[in-house]
Design a binder for this molecule. Structure first.
Ligand code: ADP
Ligand code: ASP
Ligand code: MG
Length: 821
């Protein structure tokens, strides 16, 4: 004997009922005896409840819902049954609907919906679905008969959540099955009292009905057929990478369902467990897949954590007070008082000091719990020993579950580290004494993010999805996206790192796709589907999405986004950017961003601020962190100025070189922006700060190498003429240097805590002497690298190398987040 249960989605339409029939036919062919429990068609129970509620406040819209429910069933009948069988079934269902309508009219007249009448209202869903299915199965050669469970399942009078009288129920079930040869199609979810009043077993209770029948009949197994491939590591609607667990224990299933995994209704496990009947969770729409077996054995021994589940909405209450230690029996009084009023407590934690007890309840019980507890401790509260209790709302519980956790150290640490790096604030923690679960209370808005982050940490070890948001889609942005696209497969296969570019924006449009934007599309194609945007809108959306492992990439050169960096980092979103403005402004801002990033455990990375793709900032930090002391930094930090002065030798014209450089596109549109040294000053400022010197921008000494006539020239053309007129100014310096065997270089330096930018004549033994082309070079003289300084040299500008530098930082962030500890 098998007991099968088909849930709402499995019987939600004619098409799915056909699938159910196929499954049953194959069992019949194998000669199996089966009992079949069915739910109401999907959505019907919710509609029935809504009808009752509307009727009770005199809202006539219940009739519209009634019509919808009628249509759903009528169309299933018309699609499934032969024409000759349709009329009797339509009439049978219509009779039920008329009965329901009378009941609703009564509710509407009385303006009162008791739990008792609500149960009767809800019972119609299963009563209609089972009738149609039984008839259809018979027609298809699987002789079936409808069984209204109210005739056998006997319960107490706790309407809405009735307790089963197993003695009577089991006897009734056994007797019924002895006398029945057909396959009974049983209404799940409902029962009746001794007096014949209709009751229900709690929402989702059809699973429980199946277990009740299965246990009474000592079935060989109980199969719960639903719309997913079994019990999965997390709710597949929340976690895309969730996978099916082929085997778990009753206890694990119990914990998972208790902590919100809707795939099984918690009480279901008890009857099955008592009789050691294995439960299978199978997918009606993928019947050949093995699904999940729930039995005494816990499978997957290599997995310490089996599942992650969550209860979306709970309230937290804390009983505390300085005088609590001396008060006798606080816990037993507290929980006794709650139990007496049937308030179920989801989670309890107690500080070891016994100064406080925190507990969580369903939000609808929060006020009642508060009143009960304040009443219970009224004496202590008025004596000032205990504080009056308050409820905190908009919270959720997330739990990680698994029998093998107890044998694996470090699970809790890994859990809280994964949450911490995603900026999720944990309000309370509880570990079941069996060590079967560790649960935490977190803000409701973070649930999906938390479940995904934990799933990644525990099931996809060394696998990680980074969610990237890129603001600014110019040359660097496009190059970066191209590089990400080209490397995507390698990164995913070799490093387990998946890069999802979720959001992109230029100055006018933005586009988001949580599943990752298709990078083979052009900018125009992507943004065509986008909405109008500005920097603030884009950042607000990034925050609102609240995805785990988020990285914000600022590829703009402006300051709009920079002003929001602190805000972004505070949301535990990492930033990487070639934009220098944040780090070269006031020292206070620089320090603040460093602090926020450290506090939020996220990365703020800007290697490309100096030397584009060249590693300059990270080696500097490595030196500093390993205990070295920076004595001096010298750098050629502008590719443009490097090119200009590397080309300027005896027999050349300075003005001509500047003109050539401008024509080749090596300079800013106005070459004075390069020659003024401002950009170089920003870079040495950043290096000085990284080396540990607290310097403000004004403290940098910037030599003005341009004669006044050049500075004053109103247009670029006039500037170039002025430069020719002043050729001698440069020539004199160059010739003087050459006479000493030296060359001119535009150098930024930091020595004795002083930063300077200007022209310098360097001798042949200086590393800058032989520099050519537009290369950058940085020379670090430190206590360790004293006689032979550490030199970094290479191309210091260009979209390819800059984008590659940003890309490398994105990967660094991925690696940092993957290794959650
Ligand atoms: P039925 O109508 O068949 O009883 P339910 O909707 O009650 O189906 O339960 C199945 C749903 O449970 C799935 O569609 C899935 O979204 C949800 N679910 C939540 N947690 C899990 C989990 N850990 N594994 C599988 N499904 C889960
Ligand atoms: N139809 C009921 C409900 O939706 C019972 C069930 O589907 O398990 O709660
Ligand atoms: Mg269900």
């Amino acid at each position: 004997m098998l007991l099968l249960k088909f849930g709402g989605t499995s019987v939600g339409s004619a098409e799915s009922i056909r699938e159910v029939c196929k499954i049953l036919k194959s069992y019949k062919e194998e000669g199996k005896r089966c009992g079949i429990v069915v739910s109401a068609m999907s959505g019907v129970t919710n509609k029935l409840i809504a009808m009752g509620q509307k009727a009770s406040v005199g809202d006539e819209h219940y009739l519209t819902l009634l019509k919808e429910v009628e249509e759903l069933h009528f169309s299933a009948i018309r699609e499934l049954l032969l024409v000759s069988a349709q009329s009797p079934m339509l009439a049978q269902v219509k009779r039920l609907l008329n009965e329901l309508e009378d009941l609703l009219r009564g509710i509407s007249m009385l303006r009162e919906l008791s739990l008792r009448s609500l149960d009767t209202v809800q019972s119609f869903g299963e009563r209609m679905s089972s009738a149609i299915i039984a008839q259809y199965l018979t027609q298809e050669g699987v002789p079936a008969i409808q069984l209204d469970a109210r005739t056998v399942v006997k319960t107490n009078r706790s309407f809405g959540y009735a307790k089963v009288d197993f003695l009577k129920t089991n006897a009734n079930i056994v007797r019924y099955f002895e006398d029945t040869k057909e396959y009974p199609v049983i209404t799940g979810f409902i029962g009746s009292t001794e007096e014949g009043e209709t009751t229900t077993l709690g929402r989702g209770g059809s699973d429980y009905s199946a277990a009740i029948f299965g246990a009474a009949l000592d079935a060989e197994s109980i199969e719960i057929w639903t719309d997913v491939d079994g019990v999965m590591t997390a709710d597949p609607r929340v976690v895309k990478d969730a996978f099916t667990l082929s085997q778990i224990s009753y206890e694990e299933a119990m914990e998972m369902s208790h902590f919100g995994a809707k795939v099984i209704y918690p009480p279901t496990l008890q009857p099955a467990f008592q009789k050691k009947i294995p439960l299978y969770i199978k997918n009606t729409f993928n019947p050949s897949f093995i699904g999940t077996r729930i039995s005494v054995e816990t499978g997957h021994n290599d997995l310490p954590v089996k599942g992650i589940s969550s209860i979306k909405d709970i309230a937290l209450l804390t009983l505390k007070g300085s005088g609590m230690v001396g008060v006798s029996g606080v816990s037993s009084r507290l929980f006794g008082a709650l139990a007496k009023e049937d308030i179920s407590v989801v989670l309890i934690t107690q500080a070891s000091s016994e100064h406080s007890i925190t507990f969580a309840v369903a939000p609808e019980f929060a006020s009642k719990a508060q009143t009960i507890v304040n009443q219970e401790f009224i004496g202590e509260i008025s004596a000032g020993k205990i504080d009056a209790i308050e409820a905190e709302r908009d919270l959720s519980v997330i739990a990680i579950i698994g029998e093998n956790m107890k044998a694996t150290p470090g699970i809790a640490a890994a859990k809280f580290s994964a949450l911490g790096k995603n900026g999720i604030n944990v309000r309370a923690i509880a570990q079941g004494s069996s060590e079967l679960n560790i649960s935490a209370v977190i803000p409701q808005r973070d649930v999906a993010k938390a479940v995904n982050a934990l799933h990644e940490a525990f099931f996809l070890s060394n696998k990680m999805t980074l969610n990237v948001f890129m603001l600014g889609w110019g040359l660097i942005g496009s190059t970066l996206l191209k590089q990400i696209k080209e490397q995507a497969q390698y990164l995913q296969e070799e490093q387990g790192l998946k890069i999802n570019v979720v959001g992109v924006a230029n100055t006018s449009k933005m586009y988001f796709d949580e599943n990752g934007i298709d990078l083979s599309l052009s900018k125009e194609e992507v943004l065509a589907a986008g909405e109008s945007s500005d920097t603030l809108k884009f950042i607000e959306r990034v925050k609102a999405l609240n995805l785990p492992n988020s990285v914000f990439v600022d590829c703009t050169a402006g300051k709009d986004a920079v002003e929001r960096y602190k805000d972004i980092l505070s949301e535990s979103i990492s930033i990487c950017t070639p934009n220098k403005l944040a780090n070269s402004g006031p020292l206070r801002v620089y320090k603040e961003l460093q602090q926020v990033a450290a506090y939020r455990k996220v990365k703020f990375m800007y290697e490309t601020n100096v030397g584009a793709g060249l590693p300059v900032i990270s080696p500097l930090n490595d030196l500093k962190n390993s205990g070295d002391r920076i004595l001096k930094i010298e750098g050629i930090l502008s590719g443009t100025l490097s090119y200009i002065f590397n080309s300027y030798k005896l027999g050349t014209s300075f003005a001509q070189i500047v003109k050539d450089a401008k024509e080749k596109g090596f300079t800013e549109p106005d070459p004075r922006d390069d020659l003024s040294g401002t950009d170089v000053a920003r870079k040495i400022l950043i290096l000085a700060r990284e080396a540990g010197f607290d310097i403000e921008p004004e403290e940098i000494e910037v030599e003005n190498i341009l004669p006044q006539e050049c500075v004053d020239a109103p247009t670029v053309e006039e500037f170039l003429t002025a430069l020719t007129n002043n050729e001698h100014v440069f020539e004199e310096r160059m010739v003087a240097a050459a006479e000493d065997g030296k060359v001119l270089r535009f150098v930024a330096s930091l020595e004795d805590g002083k930063a300077k930018v200007g022209l310098k004549a360097v001798a042949e033994d200086h590393p800058f002497y032989h520099l050519s082309g537009s290369d950058n070079m940085v020379v670090f003289t430190t206590r360790r690298y004293c006689s032979e300084p550490l030199v970094v040299k290479g191309p210091g500008a260009g979209a390819e190398v800059t984008a590659a530098g940003v890309f490398a930082e994105i990967i660094t962030i991925g690696n940092y987040l993957t290794h959650a500890q």
